[in-house]
Design a protein around this ligand. Structure first.
Ligand code: CAA
Length: 337
């Protein structure tokens, strides 16, 4: 399959890698040529890591399937284009308008937005019946889940095709048939982030992260994960969801971003990332129940609204966030109901 990826940041480069790894020819584009060079370097590093573990045989062969594009106008014959540009409605809408204008009306167009409803973005897309959300988790090459989101205009034939594409790249699809801001897994994660931020007057970053890691089975601490996904991205997500009624508030993230600390990619955030930080055992900290009770309630809201079932929320949080057990199961075990 010929695939296009627009945006070569952490997510775009990871998505391009996943498609190339699964045997597809991939064209990748970014307005910033330097970003494209960094993306190719990161993909090569990641593939070499997978080769060390026997998951990849020939790094160069996979790299040869990745092609750098010189401009949006070069996307014409792709069967699938995934947009992964900056998390801002206007930037995404402009990109989608431009690329959908040239592609054949049968090509599938997907956005990797973390927060913006598909139906809103679809208004910028030519032939919006072939447009949907394909939401990957960072790092795409290691995280098994992809949420596939249907907008009001998405036709079933294209939705089913997207589910098949996700299976063909070896990932597990979580079909999301009701288009709410943040979809399923991120809505849960936003509540965890928000709760963690709101208790920083009582606990330290290290205390919160230790409880998340040790008691709740998160693969990394909550603040470490904020750093890892990018504080600037998280700030943009908060702004987009706030416009749509979901208020998230983390003044610490705003302060760090204002000081140029964008998390792992900039070398510092809540943690210093010159070397990969480790979670340290510390005393004290919030109760595990306090940390996830809002997330659990968000899960109940998703169920009530018919966005996802309890099983899907559990599966999504395990495969998208690497939790040892799903958030709903975890909440019930801690006495939430
Ligand atoms: N490609 C290949 N290998 C990679 C890699 C990549 N992109 N990233 C890390 N690795 C390798 C490491 O180099 C390391 O290799 P060695 O064993 O040779 O040292 C190995 O994987 C294990 O990594 P680490 O020791 O660094 O740490 P880990 O065991 O904690 O695994 C992790 C890393 C998979 C990222 C894990 O911590 C994890 O699952 N974290 C949670 C990630 C998560 O929640 N993602 C979703 C965020 S939300 C989102 O993305 C949605 C959104 O819209 C914002």
């Amino acid at each position: 399959m010929k695939v296009g990826v627009i945006g070569a940041g952490q997510m775009g480069s990871g998505i391009a890698e996943v498609f190339a790894l699964a045997g597809n020819e991939v064209k990748i584009y970014d307005v910033d040529r330097g970003q494209l060079d960094r993306a190719l370097k990161n993909i090569k590093w990641s593939l070499s890591k997978l080769a060390e573990k026997g998951r990849v045989k020939d790094v160069e062969e996979i790299m040869s399937r990745l092609h750098v594009s010189e401009g949006l106008s070069s996307f014409q014959t792709e069967e699938l284009v995934v947009e992964a540009v900056f998390e801002d409605f206007n930037v995404k809408a402009k990109t989608l308008e431009e690329v959908s204008r040239r592609l054949s009306p049968e090509s599938l167009i997907a956005t990797n937005t973390s927060s913006i409803p598909i139906t809103e973005l679809s208004r910028a897309v030519w032939s919006p019946e072939r447009f949907l959300g394909m939401h990957f988790f960072n790092p795409p090459v290691l995280m098994e889940l992809v949420e596939v989101i249907k907008g009001d205009s998405t036709r079933d034939v294209y939705f089913n095709k997207a589910l098949e594409v996700v299976r063909n790249i070896g990932k597990t699809a979580l079909p999301v048939r009701k288009d709410v801001p943040g979809f399923v897994v991120n809505r849960i994660l936003f509540r965890v982030f928000n709760k963690a931020c709101s208790i920083l007057d009582r606990y330290t970053v290290e205390q919160v992260d230790w409880v998340a890691y040790y008691d709740l089975g998160f693969p990394m601490g909550i603040f470490m994960l904020l750093d890892y996904t990018g504080l600037d991205l998280n700030l943009s997500i908060s702004k987009e969801v706030a416009k749509r009624g979901l208020k998230l508030n983390c003044p610490e993230v705003e302060k760090l971003v204002a000081n140029g600390k964008r998390g792992a990619k900039s070398g510092s955030g809540f943690y210093d990332w010159k070397e990969r930080p480790r979670i340290e055992r510390v005393q004290g900290g919030p109760s595990p129940k306090e940390l996830i009770e809002d997330a659990f309630r968000e899960g109940l809201w998703l169920i009530k609204e018919g966005v996802a079932t309890e099983e899907e929320i559990d599966k999504g949080t395990m495969l998208g966030l690497g939790l040892r057990s799903g958030i709903m199961t975890m909440g019930r075990r801690l006495g939430l109901s």
